[in-house]
Structures are given as C-alpha cells and as structure tokens.
Design a binder for this molecule. Sequence first.
Ligand code: F6R
Length: 606
Amino acid sequence: MIWCGLLCGIFGCICGGAVPVLIDGLRRLEYRGYDSVGFAVISGGRVLVVKDKGNIDEFLSKIDIDSVESEIGIGHTRWATHGAPCKENAHPHLDCTGSIAVVHNGVLENFLDLRSGLQARGHRFASNTDSEVIAHLIEEGVMSGMCLKDALAAASRKIRGSMAVAAISSAEPDRIVCFRRESPLVVGMGPGGVYCASDILAMVKYATEAYHVPEGSLATLTRVGLSFEGPGGDRIDPPSLKISLEPGAVERGGYKHFMLKEIHEQPIAVSNTLRIYREYIDRAALLLHGKRVLLTGSGTSYHACLCASYLMSSLGVDAMAVISSELQEYLKGQPLSGSAVVAVSQSGETADTLGAIRHAKRLGARVIGITNTLSSSITNISDAYLCTQGGPEIGVAATKSFLTQLVVLEMLSFRTALAAGSISKQECEEAYEEMGALPAKIGGIIQRLESVREIALKYSDRRDAFFLGRGINVATALEGALKLKEISYIHAEGYPAGESKHGPISLVEPGFLCVFVSPMDSTRQRIIGNIMEMKARGAEIFSVLTEGDSELIEVSDGYFEVPESPEYLYPVLCTVPLQALAYYVAIYKGLDPDRPRNLAKSVTVL
Ligand code: F6R
C-alpha cells in the first residue's frame, strides 16, 4: 500500500527558540491537513525528529517541547490520502544516515521506480510514503560530494510530479534548503529570523517581507538572509511581498469565506485528483467489472453519483444511482452478489451512506468507497476505496469535493468500460486527455466569476427559482439548486428540463427565475424548446452555456459561458458558476455561506 501526502503544510524556521515557532507555524497550517504532524531540528549537532499521528493538540499532549532546544527546524502537518495515517508515514523523513531530514507537500509520480532503484542500491525505507525517496536521493547526492542545495537540485531533476520540499542536514547546520515545483512555497524574513512555509499566512506573525519561490526554483535560508536559484542554476531575485493580513483570514487563506477559498482551490483539487494512480482506479474498475453498479451518496455526493450513472450507462455499464437513505427500501432483501456498490461521501461519515453500505454488504455486494477523508468510517468498511484529493473542505456547502468526486467517477467509468471491452484503449486515453485539460478550463472560469457577482445582485431578492437541465446535466441542475437553497434560503428546485412541463411550469409567472444548464451537447436542441416554454410565460432566463453559443445567448436574459468540452465533462465546468451564484446571493443577503442554518458538515444521524 502506498501513502502520499497532498495539500499538507510545511513550515521551517531559523530563529531563537525554533520549536515553539515551528509549532505555531504548523498550527496555522492545520487547515491543510491534520492527521499527523512532526518536526525535525538540529540539536547538539544531530538531527532530531519528533512526529506522530493525530492533530497538533494530540501531538503536543505527548511531547515536552520545552525539552528540545534548537535554532533551526522544519515541520509538517499532513493530510493523508492513500492509506491510514500513522507515525511512520508522518513527516519529516530521514535518509539512511539519519543526518538529512525532509518535509514534502505534493505527489511524486515516478516514486515507485525511484524507490525500487534506491532499494536496489541498498537504501532502507522506514515509511511507505512517496516523500521518503527525496531524503534518499539527497543522500546519494551528498555522498557523491555535493552540498545539500545541489543534492536537492539533483534530486528534483530525477523526480516527476509536484513538490514543495524543505530539507536540513546536520553537516550544514546553518541552513534550510527548499525547492518548489507546482506546490506552493513561500519564504520570508523578519527581525527575529527566516522562515519557509506552504502559505504566507503561517509566517505573518514573524516575517515582515516574503517571497513566493518561483516555479522550479531553489531557496536557501540562513541566519544572514535568503538566496534564490532559478531552474537553470542562475541567481534570481523574486519580487518581495508586503505582509498585511487580518488575523481571521489566516485559516481562510486570505479569502473572506471558506466557501470562496474552496471554489478557488478547484483547479488544484482537480489536478491533484487526476494524479490518482491508475492502478488504484484499475483495481476498483475490476471490482465493478461484469456487475450491476449501484452508486449511492447523499446530497451533493448523490448528485455526483447521478452524473456517473449517466456516464456509465452511456459507456455500456449497467449503472444506476440511488440516494443513500433510500437504498435499503429500494433493495429490500434482493441478493446483491451480482452487484457492486460505489458509495460516495466527502466526509466518509454520513450515517445514511454508512447505513446503505452496511445493508448492501449484508446482501452480498462488494463496496468501493470514494471519500475525501482517508481515515473515515466509509473507507474503513469498504472493500476498496479511492480518495478524492481535494484536501480539507471546511465550508458546509460542498464545492471542491463535488468536482473531485466527478473526476474520480469519470476515471472509474472509463476504466470500467475499458475492462468490459465496451470502449477501446484509445477512447479511454482520449477521455483521460480531455480530463487533463479540466484544471486549466476551471481556472479560466474562476477568473471570470466576478461577472456572476452582478448577476447575483439582480437575483438576490427572488423567492423561488428553477434549475433545469437535461441528460447528465440534470445532476448539475440539482446541484446548482441545492447550493442556492442551502446557503441563500431561496426556494430553488432542480428538475429535468423535459419534465418541467408536467407540473412545475404552473408556478411560472413573469419574472420567475429559471436557471438553465444548457451547454452544447446532445440535448441542446430539446432544451431550447424548454427555454422557449418558460420564456413564453414570462420567466427570466439565466443560462450556463458553451462559449460562443449566440443562439442561446439571444434567448437568455443573463448567461455565463463555459469552454467547449465533451458532454461528460460539462457537469464539472457548469457547476462552478452555479456555486459562485449561490455564494454571491448569500453575501448580498447578508448571510454567512460557511455556516448555513440547520446544517452540519458531517451528518452522522439517520
Ligand atoms: C451540500 C452538502 C450536503 C452533503 C451531504 C453528504 O452542499 O454539503 O448535501 O453533500 O450531507 O455529505 P458527504 O458527502 O460528507 O457524505
């Protein structure tokens, strides 16, 4: 079993009384992960590592930090994503000599190859993390005569994948060396010392000046200051940043609300999720092979299941989605030996979903859990599990967890169809390639979300709204309606657009808001008919549509354009403006989108 850390937090410092500063910095990064924590310092000429599973308070209850004296250290707070969090897998990791310590945030794509090569050359591994290979690669560089910085640079050239790394060595006890590729890393200095961290917020109390380490670059921290080397080994001087943030913004990454922060994190969350090792997806796909697939979840997670059921069916996989709280009634006592259940949950603790899994297992089904929380009850009771790589989601309304669930389910759908022989290898590869373009497309949408703010102002006084879609985007419409109703308390109903004329349309009168999810897919012509039916009754039409769709723009009162995509990816793209719409409407109504009334992030009652 392989463990790898994503969206973890790293912090390092050279200053008087390093250990309390390390703990304080890590505490400020705990929002990035909290299932294990650790630090390494140089004390008495040796590297000393203290680490354990659990959050910082649990960690501190087991150690006496006053007994460790040091002026230099690196620390880590981890959000495990593949495998149970435990002491061995907590960072920092050491090389074979115990003189080099490393903390890492990111995911190394070729670490299996690197690890077997290192093992063949006699290196002993103490953990199952991908990160530990970095310590051993640095060790090889140092053994061949390199300094710590050059050895880290050499290691980074062998590694593929994302990495923000900080390393110390007892042989060079005056410095911390850092490297960054794709994962965030900031260094800073203040009157009392120098610092490095995954997030500038961790050092606001100490640093007066900070620098984002440029992509592919190294930073060296010493008592006398900071220096930087670009990807070509040349000395560089990145621009400095002024540190000024209100203290409450620390945990929220500078955003006003967690929900907004989490909407903005979606490109990286999706990109990390796309890195899930194919072998895990393949193993899960084999469990589904030849079986009837029942997808189950609650709320937003059910909407992800509904999307996947459309996609799987279109790829020749016998699939259907059932709301978790209804699964038992739906199945009654029918034997499930020919079925597999895919249970989807952000928290991994939802009582309805746990109940559905237990019931399905009693009836003989094999269960794959898809959660965002590795050490959760659902991952524990499932026969196999896949972790979405969204990192902690704090806002009560699900945002990035939905997009990452969609991506995992899409990968699983294509690999299941490939295993069943209903699509070719090339078709599967093409789908993966299309999915690879998602982070950039989502990033482009996020840059344009300000326009949704104006639309939200216009709609914030509405009492009711319909969200309508067809095909796979019925689920998108349901999700858009759920977001609006749960945080802005506007009565919003998601409906299949074609069904709206069978009753709901009687509510429509002039000015009634109808949000259409109507990208350029196979349902578009029919959905135009539905739009016209609503318009004829005076409804106000807001459409989420494909860029340049002038015909639809013409018939809409407001619209948001998403980039052209294959049909199965539109739910990912079209959801983002709907999340923003709900967020801004709540803001205009003076509501706190992170804490909607009557709701909890994790619903552990039936
Ligand atoms: C909606 C929302 C809820 C959850 C539901 C399931 O924004 O957050 O509807 O989706 O309670 O929770 P998980 O995914 O943790 O099982």
